[in-house]
Design a protein around this ligand. Structure first.
Ligand SMILES: [Zn+2]
Length: 160
């Protein structure tokens, strides 16, 4: 199931075969994501989707590892229902709202939101206003720095 919703996060997990209940206890699965992965926007998107869906899982009282999935009438999980559930209550950009629900300190959520709005002061924005800027990406010195470049396109991204 996490493999279908968030293949990149599943790939990065150091504990792939524990029980759902174990993985969810105190959000333990988050701590089992390899710290060394090169994080892309796709990773962040999948992480948020998985995090939101896991928060909606309700455990049945009786059996060990049965879960009730509230997005289908049968209570059984399906990939299609999970896909639809990601967009529940979301208007324009699902990522915008997902950021605020993420398990992270408020300053991290706020900064992530600014990134998604392309509202951080990268050189492309500074240049548009005629403000002083360093022009090229300070890391690769090849292209003008912009949000996507800074966070995942730069070849030095993830090596810092
Ligand atoms: Zn660069």
């Amino acid at each position: 199931m996490p493999k279908d919703i968030a293949p990149l996060i599943y790939e990065a997990s150091m504990r792939k075969n524990w029980k759902v209940r174990e993985a969810l206890k105190d959000n333990a699965w988050i701590l089992k994501i390899k710290p060394s992965i090169n994080v892309s926007v796709e990773h962040i998107s999948q992480f948020l989707a998985l995090w939101i869906l896991l928060n909606e899982v309700h455990f049945a009282e009786l059996s060990e590892d049965d879960i009730i999935w509230k997005h289908t009438t049968s209570g059984h999980y399906s990939v299609a229902s999970a896909y639809k559930a990601q967009f529940l209550g979301m208007v324009l950009s699902p990522m915008d709202k997902m950021v605020w629900k993420a398990w992270a300190p408020p300053k991290v959520r706020f900064f992530s939101w600014l990134i998604l709005q392309d509202r951080i002061w990268t050189t492309d924005r500074l240049a548009k206003r005629g403000w002083p800027n360093c022009d090229l990406s300070p890391l690769c010195k090849r292209v003008q720095e912009c949000g996507p470049h800074l966070f995942y396109k730069c070849r030095f991204f993830g090596q810092l």
